[in-house]
Ligand binder design. Structure first.
Ligand SMILES: Cc1ncc(COP(=O)(O)O)c(C=O)c1O
Length: 387
């Protein structure tokens, strides 16, 4: 008798269903704007990371089309094999200038930027200390690197110091955090983290995926928000795929860091480079961000309007100070019920359940865009209702 080697998948899927944790894919039949068509229904979109509405901006569409016509659709091989396209080189220069660092290196995704960077820097005998709520890609990166991974409770810097102090004799040390926490919308304590890591001789990696284009006077991200020039032990990773409306990831820091990554980051070396149209879209996004600061202003005004209305209705928004606003529900079932209630009122707000968030902390994660109108926000406020 032969057993079905994939038989365990049925059991795993059944278990997920029972725990209300089963996920499936739905079709989206529109662009990624403030209103989307999902399953034939027109819904107001509070589920995207398209914070500035750039993914559907005509300048990005035009740049993408023009790049595809001139240079083709794909990069076809690793940059170490086929070379770096001029658009990618320009993009790296622009990103380094935006972030105030010596250099930048573009990866095919933000996930790969994190994986490759941590893997290139850390290995057996080294210590990584991560905020418990940092993005899954950082946790995966730490596990893959072979370094010892310890976590500290969200924002608990005393515990972080304790962890660092306990391992002075070990190899290199790296502290990892999100700049803006992706499911809570709160910020890391950047100033303290920079000081603590400098004091302990550790590197600091800040994943700024949700801050680029959003935080700071010019949209430069978390450092600009806190008025800090990036020190040389700070590594900033981020994505081109959220506020910048394109696809891809990048790392900013000293030149010797990016030189090392070119030689050591496996997710850079053994993968095809960023497609020229994606680089062109990101460059166009940087132009729009410079040219249209009113997008960031509107985003911030929309966020304030929504947050204060929700607070007035009794919702506890935790530490959220950004366009990411969690509506805490508790159990997966409660989060799904809240999302279903929103949906029946024409609102797309996706339930977030474990393992994306800790058990007991399921929620609907709302994400505000600069392109939401007052009518969109009012519809959401009405649909959410009182706690
Ligand atoms: C904090 C954070 N880091 C990294 C990523 C991964 O970026 P990318 O989608 O470009 O792979 C995401 C989300 O996708 C994120 O939210």
């Amino acid at each position: 008798m032969t057993t079905d080697p994939l038989g365990f998948a049925d059991e795993a899927l059944d278990a997920l269903l029972k725990e209300e944790l089963l996920r499936g894919l739905t079709d989206i039949e529109s662009g990624p704007g403030p209103e989307v068509v999902v399953g034939g229904e027109r819904l107001i979109n509070f589920s995207s990371n398209n914070y500035l509405g750039l993914a559907e901006h005509p300048a990005l569409a035009e740049a993408t089309a023009e790049a595809a016509r001139r240079w083709g659709a794909g990069a076809t091989a690793s940059r170490l094999i086929v070379g770096t396209h001029g658009l990618v080189r320009d993009l790296e220069q622009r990103l380094a200038i935006l972030r105030g660092t010596e250099a930048a290196l573009v990866f095919p995704t933000g996930y790969q930027a994190n994986l490759g960077t941590v893997g290139a820097l850390m290995g057996r005998g080294d210590l990584i200390v991560a905020d418990k709520l940092c993005h899954a890609s950082l946790i995966d990166a730490a596990r893959l690197s072979g370094a010892t991974l310890r976590t500290f409770a969200h924002g608990d810097l005393a515990l972080l110091e304790e962890r660092l102090a306990k391992h002075p004799e070990r190899g290199r040390m790296l502290v990892m955090t999100d700049g803006v926490f992706s499911m809570d919308g709160d910020l890391c304590h950047l100033r303290d983290l920079v000081e603590i890591t400098a004091h302990h001789g550790a590197l600091l990696l800040v994943d700024d995926a949700h801050a680029v284009g959003v935080l700071g006077k010019t949209g430069a991200g978390i450092c600009e928000h806190f008025g800090i020039a990036p020190p040389r032990h700070l590594i900033l990773t981020a994505t081109l795929s959220k506020a910048l409306g394109s696809q891809g990831g990048f790392v900013c820091g000293p030149r010797r860091l990016t030189d090392l990554l070119v030689n050591r980051a496996r997710t850079f070396i053994f993968t095809t480079g960023l497609a020229p149209p994606a680089a062109a879209a990101a460059l166009a996004a940087l132009d729009v961000i410079d040219r249209e600061p009113e997008r960031r202003e509107r985003l911030s005004a929309n966020r304030e309007r929504l947050a204060s209305a929700l607070k007035a209705k009794g919702w506890d928004l935790g530490g959220s100070v950004t366009p990411i606003i969690p509506l805490m529900a508790g159990t997966p079932g409660a989060a799904m019920a809240l999302a279903a209630r929103l949906r029946s009122n024409g609102i797309l707000g996706v339930p977030i359940r474990p393992p994306t968030v800790p058990r007991g902390a399921s929620r609907v994660r709302l994400s505000v865009m600069s392109t939401h109108t007052d009518a969109h926000l009012d519809a959401l406020i009405d649909a959410v209702g009182d706690v």
